[in-house]
Design a protein around this ligand. Structure first.
Ligand SMILES: *Cc1c(COP(=O)(O)O)cnc(C)c1O
Length: 458
């Protein structure tokens, strides 16, 4: 144990009987002991005692005793390419979400791509998207050959702002892709009303929102399709994996065929003995991935409940600290997934202490954190690169591919501000005990009280 980590609580625990002599014997100087005993207010970044030394829950959480048997069975069977276990996983996921069908695919990105392409969205079409998301949401639209049109975020919920959608609808608009970002549901009731009014398709990016609900209905079931990710950091981690859910049987048959090199499936009928009947690619997941998913599916509900309870508690503990503005949920949200616990950091109320220094100070207290998405997803070079591609050049009139004009028309100032102010705490912190969450609140309060000193340190 290093001297620096020798906290007062541990000091008392180990040495109250043995007395000071023992403490000196293990290398603590009297000055350090005095410091340990009294200094509970100096931020760790300025040399004070770190608030938290205990580990946070890890992610992913693998429980060999419970999970490994069914995975080993698959490994030993030698049947590794798509077969019964994948089908069982799909059946369970459809049941869990509450749709007729589910198709498992290699990842969430490809779930979005397959959805778009099988909904016949492509060259010349526009898809309404949000700038506060993981890059895959936008890349999937470009890969389908469609043009992303950005609608700014609601600064309190961080979701696509429904009030700003209609202004962006043109004769080319075919679909809206809401993303339930950070596991917080988008305003699907409003979005579906707008889609209905303008005859638009809806592809829900629920890649961070497993089991989240609006009026007790799961997200991913509102649109024409819902897409999920099971990548390693996600709440049902398979390493890589994804799923499309829908009640539209014909569409799902086409998605199946598409994910299996265009071989006939269900309604997609081919000649007996014939080969591929439609354009397709290959997006199948393996049996052992499905087994890993099935193994962990049992704890997802319980963990989601815990994240909701802990997020609510943590929010109540920090919401009154000046300069901390936690996420807001729409009134009809009955459950969130909380892929991240997010708040906005207002440096004006922290004596001008920059967000970067605030995050460093928080890390120093033993609270891991992230600054979230980099700004300007609506302006980055990948868009220009797509516009310069042969396909885009052939599919769109020149003026639509003018990148400066595009950037101007797709400005999202609310998102720019959000990206510069957001603070994220990862979901695994929400799997800790309630008392552990108090450490987070204590750390933020300590930084708030000492913001001036931290700012002037260097
Ligand atoms: C993770 C994620 C995806 C893509 O999923 P992958 O499985 O990583 O391909 C898409 N959208 C959002 C919002 C995500 O978080």
């Amino acid at each position: 144990m290093s001297k620096r980590n020798y906290s007062r609580r541990e000091f008392v625990k180990h040495n109250s009987l043995a007395g000071l002599g023992a403490a000196v014997a293990i290398g603590l100087t009297p000055a350090l002991i005095a410091n340990c005993a009294t200094d509970t207010s100096t931020p760790a970044i300025l040399g004070g005692r770190k608030i938290r030394t205990k580990e946070w829950p890890v992610w992913p959480q693998w429980k060999p005793e419970i999970y490994e048997e069914q995975v080993l069975r698959v490994l030993r069977s030698g049947v590794w390419s798509r077969a019964e276990v994948v089908t069982e996983f799909e059946k369970k996921w459809a049941e869990t979400i509450g749709t007729k069908r589910c198709l498992a695919v290699v990842n969430g990105t490809n779930a979005l791509i397959a959805s778009l392409i099988q909904l016949d969205i492509g060259g010349g079409d526009e898809v309404i998207v949000t700038p506060y998301t993981w890059i895959s949401s936008i890349q999937s639209v470009l890969i389908a050959g469609a043009m992303p049109v950005f609608v700014d975020v609601d600064p309190e919920t961080y979701q696509i702002n429904p009030d700003k959608i209609e202004a962006k609808i043109t004769s080319r608009t075919r679909a809206i892709m809401p993303v339930h970002i950070l596991g917080l549901p988008a305003n699907m009731v409003r979005i579906m009303e707008i889609a209905k009014k303008h005859n638009l398709l809806v592809i829900e990016d629920a890649c961070q929102a497993w089991l989240a609900e609006i009026n007790h209905k799961k997200v991913g079931t509102f649109g024409n399709t819902g897409c999920f990710s099971f990548q390693n950091s996600k709440h049902l981690p398979l390493g890589e994996g994804g799923a499309i859910v829908s009640d539209d049987e014909k569409l799902m048959d086409r998605c199946y065929s598409y994910h299996n090199v265009g071989f006939p499936f269900g309604e997609v009928i081919g000649a007996v003995g014939g080969g591929s009947v439609m354009l397709g690619t290959k997006m199948r997941i393996t049996e052992y991935q499905a087994a890993i998913g099935l193994a962990q599916l049992g704890v997802l509900d319980e963990q989601t409940t815990l994240r909701n309870k802990n997020a609510g508690y943590l929010k109540s503990q920090i919401k009154d600290i000046p300069g901390i503005k936690p996420y807001k949920l729409y009134d009809n949200v009955t459950r969130a997934a909380f892929h991240m616990f997010a708040f906005r950091y207002k440096k004006e109320e922290f004596q001008g202490l920059s967000r970067e220094r605030f995050l460093e100070a928080l890390s120093a207290e033993g609270i891991p954190n992230l600054s979230g998405y980099a700004p300007f997803l609506n302006k980055q070079p990948y868009l220009e690169n797509a516009f310069q591609s042969k396909n885009f050049q052939k599919m769109y009139p020149k003026e639509m591919l003018d990148f400066d004009k595009y950037k101007e028309e797709n400005e999202c100032p609310e998102n720019d501000d959000l990206c510069l102010e957001a603070v994220w705490l990862q979901q695994n912190l929400l799997l800790a005990e309630k008392s552990d969450l108090d450490d987070i609140a204590t750390a933020i309060e300590r930084i708030q009280k000492n913001a001036d000193k931290i700012k002037n340190q260097k």
